[in-house]
Design a protein around this ligand. Structure first.
Ligand code: 5GP
Length: 112
């Protein structure tokens, strides 16, 4: 049996989130524990665990398109970072594919 993860519940509006962007393919909302002044999670509405479980064709393009659109909407097109943590060793804690859009402060490179 598949147990719904927290992001599926946000997609289904079963639990609240500060939704800032939504279309037929993705939903984006503020991270509950932001690491920067702007920290938005962009989540495909179709459940997939992470980058290792991508279908050949799917919502991946929509995630990238949404990121650029959200950055524009928030006025940070000139400087933002998109991060996908893949696997526990990389810090993935929610096993529903999502991209972090981070902006609003200087972003060091390489990341920690
Ligand atoms: P990961 O560590 O898997 O790359 O990212 C998961 C992110 O989801 C974390 O940054 C965490 O703060 C965020 N998060 C976890 N639970 C919730 C929630 O219920 N609501 C929101 N808005 N963010 C969440």
């Amino acid at each position: 049996m598949y147990l719904m993860d927290i992001f599926c519940k946000i997609i289904n509006k079963e639990i609240p989130a500060e939704i800032i962007y939504e279309n037929n393919h993705v939903i984006a909302f503020n991270d509950i524990n932001p690491v920067a002044p702007i920290h938005v999670l962009i989540v495909p509405k179709t459940h997939m665990e992470g980058l290792n479980n991508l279908p050949e064709e799917g919502d991946q393009q929509h995630i990238l398109n949404a990121a650029a659109e959200i950055a524009k909407q928030l006025g940070v097109s000139d400087g933002y970072r998109l991060v996908i943590n893949c696997g526990e060793k990389a810090g993935q804690t929610v096993f529903h594919l999502h991209a972090h859009l981070i902006a609003g402060r200087d972003l060091a490179w390489p990341p920690g």
